[in-house]
Each structure stands twice: as C-alpha cells, then as structure tokens.
Design a protein around this ligand. Structure first.
Ligand SMILES: Nc1ncnc2c1ncn2[C@@H]1O[C@H](COP(=O)(O)OP(=O)(O)OP(=O)(O)O)[C@@H](O)[C@H]1O
Ligand SMILES: [Mg+2]
Length: 365
C-alpha cells in the first residue's frame, strides 16, 4: 500500500499537521521531543487501528484536550481510500471512506504497517513478552482477524485469573473456563507457529545476506506437551490436559501459569540461544534480518509491501548495518517513514522527501 497523505490534529503534541510522503523514503528530521515518534504513532494507528506505545486512548489526545484525529489517504489494491481515526471523549471511531469500519474488515486487506524501533534491537535479550508481542504483530499484520482471536483468549484468561485471585475455587468451577481457554489458546499457538514457519526461511536468507553464513534458528516454544502436539485439535487437547494438570498449582499461586501467555520465541545462532551466546553485532544483524523477514512475509501475504516505520533505528546501527538495512528496504521497494535526529546518520536515499519536525509541526524541506 501507499500512504499518499496523512493529517493529524490534536494527536499528542501534534497541533495540526499534514504530511505528503514520497513513494520511497520520507525522512522526519528533528531534535528530541519534537514529535517524530508521535507522527509514526499517528500513521501506525491510522493503518492498524491501535497505537504501538499505549493501549489507553487518553494518552493519545493532547494534554488538556478531549479530541484527537488522524486521517490517512492511501492507495491499496489500486484503489484510493481514506481512513480516519477519531478520538473523542474517550471513545474511538474508525472510518473507511466515511463509513464505520472494524479493524478486521476484509475491506482493509492490504493495509498494513511495520514498525522498527530501538526496542526491537533489544528483542533477543528482552523479556519473552516482548518477543510474543513482536510475533503477535506479525500475525496481525498478515491476518487482521487475529486481534479478535487474541482478545477472546485474553478475556477468558482474565476471568479465570480473577476467579483464582478471589480465593479458594472449586475445581469444577475452574474447569468450566478451561475448555474456552484451551480453544482460544490453541488458535493462538497455531497462528504463531504458522507465522514462525513462514518467517524462518526468510530470516535465514536475509541473515546470510547481511551478516554471514552462520546458521540462524527460530523456534516457537511452548510447554513440552503442547510442543509435541501438531494439529489444532491436538494442541487443544494438550492445552486442556495442561490446564487440568496445573489446576492445583494455579489455585495455589492465584493465576493461570500454563498456556500460550507464557510461550516464547527462541532465536538461535549456530545452534545456541542467541540471547546467551551471540555477540552484540550478531544480535543486531539477527534483529535486522528478522525485521526484513517480517516485511518480506507481509509483502507476500498482502500482495504489496506494508508501510515501514523506522523510528530512530539509524542512529543505533553502525554504518555497515545501516547500509544493509536501506539496501534491503530498497529491494523490497517499500514506502517508509524514517525518523532521525542527525540527518547524516542516513545514507543517501534516492528520491527521498524531507520534513523537519519541530514543536509538533512539520515543514517540508
Ligand atoms: N498526550 C500528549 N499531549 C501533549 N504532548 C504530549 C503527549 N504525549 C506526549 N507528548 C509530548 O510529545 C513530545 C514529542 O514526543 P515524541 O516521542 O514524538 O518525540 P521525538 O521527536 O520522537 O523525540 P526523540 O528524538 O527523543 O525520540 C514529548 O515532548 C512529549 O512530552
Ligand atoms: Mg522518538
């Protein structure tokens, strides 16, 4: 897809801005705290219907105000469309061509964004929750209804945990939640596994291109009994059994300690866990390769490349890896919004459009 224009008003510190990105890279250049990440967040929210920084709508609205809005004019599947997200009095409205639209609507097929920020560079050593979030974003990027599947799972998990927290629970009452939780959980495990399976060959080839022949691996890790289960039905019964077997422990600790909410995405280099054995440089190449793999995967599934949002990544990479990243972006012919504080942190980018970001306003250079 292509983002032709984005307008935002009252979005965090953004007063009233309009951005006309180029077909390739658009550089958003400015000092710290001027609104660069806020612009990327507005673009991401317009396309994915949620922020990558917060789940609270009030964070997105300018302090002291009740309203924020972002509009994106896009071209997707050769059609010009307008997306609008309006936040008013703590409520969010999402519109496609002026009509209400849900984030998993099939009309949004092909609409997508991939964020690559400094936190991603710490992914291999981060908490497992961060890696699950990375994976979940990739799943959602390829399959928008996934968000509803995750919501369903989270809702049941929350109720089960609330029950456990309240004190002594009857085993039969607890078990009444297990079936729904196992069902929703199996769906998530299968989706995540499929995505890992699709990403892996791309990760291998990209790592080879940007770093070396060193063998990389990536595995979705669950509890041993779930791992041996293959089909969704088998995963479902493994989860069902696991929940039952862990029921006593759950009652003792007061929360659900078994299921996909504890799974991990393991990254390996030369057969060893990357987070424990890889060097800093190898870890950075690994993340770079993972992000490029995600882009390639989404481009294939969506039929066109998603918008790439590169937040402050250039300054965290050395010159060689920076060059590799921009080469890979050019090869994917994706459109990108790139934030930087130092303009010379970027290699020359053919046909790029430059904006200066200052005090929540933008000016085309
Ligand atoms: N709800 C809000 N209302 C008003 N201002 C806000 C709100 N939320 C955040 N801000 C302000 O927006 C400013 C710009 O934030 P942003 O993260 O976009 O900066 P940035 O240009 O990306 O800086 P850096 O280069 O340090 O990453 C910050 O100074 C922050 O205090
Ligand atoms: Mg920033």
């Amino acid at each position: 897809m292509i983002l032709r224009e984005m307008r935002a008003r009252g979005w965090r510190n953004l007063a009233s801005v309009a951005l006309q990105p180029g077909p390739g890279a658009t550089v958003l250049f400015g000092q710290n705290g001027q609104g660069k990440t806020n612009l990327l967040e507005a673009a991401y929210t317009a396309l994915c219907f949620r922020s990558f920084r917060t789940s609270s709508l009030s964070d997105l609205v300018a302090w002291g105000s009740q309203e924020a809005m972002v509009e994106a004019e896009i071209t997707v599947s050769a059609l010009d469309r307008a997306l609008k997200i309006q936040i008013s009095q703590g409520r969010k409205t999402t519109l496609l061509d002026g009509k209400g639209v849900r984030r998993d609507s099939s009309a949004l097929l092909g609409v997508g964004a991939v964020l690559f920020g400094p936190e991603d560079l710490r992914l291999p050593k981060a908490a497992a929750a961060e890696r699950r979030r990375f994976l979940d974003r990739a799943v959602f990027g390829a399959h928008r209804p996934y968000f509803r599947e995750v919501l369903t799972f989270e809702r049941v998990l929350k109720s089960r945990n609330a029950l456990l927290r309240r004190g002594p629970v009857e085993a039969t009452l607890l078990a009444s939640y297990d079936e729904k939780l196992a069902e929703a959980g199996a769906r998530i495990v299968i989706r995540r596994r499929e995505t890992v399976r699709s990403l892996l060959p791309r990760l291998e080839s990209t790592f080879r291109q940007i770093h070396s022949e060193a063998a990389v691996g990536m595995r979705y890790r669950s509890d041993a009994r779930v791992e041996t289960a293959e089909s969704e039905a088998e995963v479902l019964s493994a989860l069902r059994e696991g929940l039952l077997a862990n029921g006593e422990a759950d009652r003792r600790r007061g929360f659900t300690g078994f299921g996909p909410q504890t799974d991990d995405l393991e990254l390996e280099l030369e057969g060893h866990l990357a987070r424990e054995h890889a060097s800093q440089g190898q870890l950075r190449s690994l993340v770079l390769a993972l992000k490029v793999a995600e882009m390639e995967y989404l481009r294939e599934v969506l039929g066109e490349p998603p918008l790439l949002l590169l937040d402050d990544v250039a300054s965290e990479l050395d010159e060689e890896r920076r060059r590799r990243l921009f080469e890979a972006m050019a090869a994917l012919s994706c459109q990108s919004l790139v934030t930087v504080t130092e303009r010379d942190h970027l290699p020359p980018l053919a046909g790029c459009v430059d904006y200066e970001v200052k005090h929540g306003t933008v000016r085309r250079l």
